[in-house]
Design a protein around this ligand. Structure first.
Ligand code: UDP
Length: 378
């Protein structure tokens, strides 16, 4: 089976730093190839992920262009997508697995009946793009999958009619997590993720002072990755405003620290050393890579029971969840009772790249066979 995996023109695969979707592609492709799937990777020239064939229009990731006005950047995605469509003309692609927000789905639907089946993975909040999703019709050839059941349950009916279910996200850290020696815990709690209202860092910071625990925030504020970059930040950026007005007043450098974006081994150390990973969500987190990473690193998850959290975390076994934000401080205190080994074992069982790739390969096979059970509305 030969699959064209479209990672889009925004960032290289794997990304140099932050890059959720590109990280998913980087996690998935090697495992697909191990399963015998040939992968044509559509990305940018600087991507280093091995593939059977690569396709790119742009040499480098175009993400920085997004700071420019729309009329100057609106050609980026069409240029990339045109190359993808041209590649399909050769007739040797069995399926397209697309990860390009909005435009990828529209392109798949616009292809003629002779095109291969397409699977579009929905990585984001499905309240976005209501005109596209609300009236979507991909016929019998285009299908979508979510990254959690909760995410799909909030999708417009037209999109759900094309859904083949969900595939939870994975992390390479989960592979062998049950065999890795435990790392001693320090006393702090970590919140890992983009600093924005949905992820609730303001609540975490307030609770740290009230409930008396040390807190490390890790993640970018909009495009700014280090405290020193924020000095000249665009004050109109909504995440910058959130940081300045709601989070920064609680950040004293002792009880509450902001580490900026932390990546690679430093990130793993930070998460593995925390006594809990806190997710004080105010939105329905669709996929939660940081959640499965915490479990893989043996760190119990404490958070609000919404979005994908109840699917990824078992209350009382791998973490503690509540629907009341004021209870989070008590749950942080109680999280010492969660066994680190349980978290690691759960990650090794459910959230490895091999598990994710096996699910996708099964979906590919069903789509290629034009399986009549494809449409699920649950
Ligand atoms: N991340 C990171 N460094 C940071 C903050 C986050 O490497 O300082 C990574 C995190 O480990 C995870 C990804 O960014 O792999 C965030 O993905 P998630 O699905 O949790 O959230 P999203 O940003 O996609 O909403």
């Amino acid at each position: 089976m030969r699959v064209l995996v479209n990672a889009g023109p925004w960032l290289p695969v794997p990304p140099h730093g932050y890059g959720g979707i590109e990280n998913v592609v980087a996690t998935l492709v090697p495992e697909l190839r191990r399963l015998g799937v040939e992968v044509v990777l559509a990305s940018v020239g600087e991507s280093t992920l091995p593939a059977d064939e690569r396709l790119s229009v742009f040499g480098t990731g175009q993400f920085p262009q997004l700071q420019r006005p729309y009329n100057q950047v609106c050609g980026v995605v069409p240029a990339h997508q045109s190359a993808v469509v041209r590649r399909l003309d050769a007739g040797d692609i069995d399926l397209v697995h697309d990860h390009v927000e909005a435009a990828g789905l529209a392109t798949l639907a616009a292809l003629g009946p002779g095109a291969p089946p397409g699977l579009h993975t929905l990585h984001w909040d499905l309240a976005k793009h209501p005109e596209l999703y609300g009236g979507f019709d991909g016929g019998a050839r285009v299908r979508v999958n979510g990254v959690s059941a909760d995410q799909l349950s909030h999708a417009p009916e037209a999109l759900r009619a094309h859904a083949v279910g969900h595939v939870h996200l994975a992390t390479p850290l989960a592979t062998g997590a049950d065999r890795r020696p435990a790392r001693p815990k320090d006393g702090y709690v970590v919140v890992l993720g983009r600093i924005n209202p949905g992820k609730g860092q303001d609540l975490a910071a307030r609770l740290a002072h009230e409930a008396g625990f040390d807190l490390v925030l890790a993640g970018p504020v909009g495009p700014y990755h280090r405290p020193q970059d924020l000095a000249g930040a665009d004050p109109q950026n909504p995440d910058v405003r959130f940081w300045r007005e709601r989070v920064a007043p609680h950040v004293d450098g002792h009880r509450v620290r902001w580490a900026g974006t932390v990546t690679g081994a430093d990130r793993d150390d930070l998460v593995a050393g925390a006594r809990a990973a806190l997710f004080p969500l105010r939105w329905n987190e669709p996929g939660g890579t940081a959640v499965v990473e915490a479990l893989a690193l043996g760190t119990p998850v404490v958070g609000i029971a919404r979005g994908c959290l109840p699917e990824l975390v078992e209350h009382g076994r791998t973490g503690l969840l509540t629907t009341h934000e004021e209870e989070l401080g008590d749950l942080v205190r109680a999280s010492g009772a969660i066994a680190e080994a349980e978290c690691r074992a759960e990650a090794a069982r459910r959230f490895t790249p091999a598990v994710m790739a096996a699910s996708y390969r099964e979906l590919y096979e069903r789509l290629c066979a034009r399986d009549s059970r494809l449409a699920v509305t649950g």
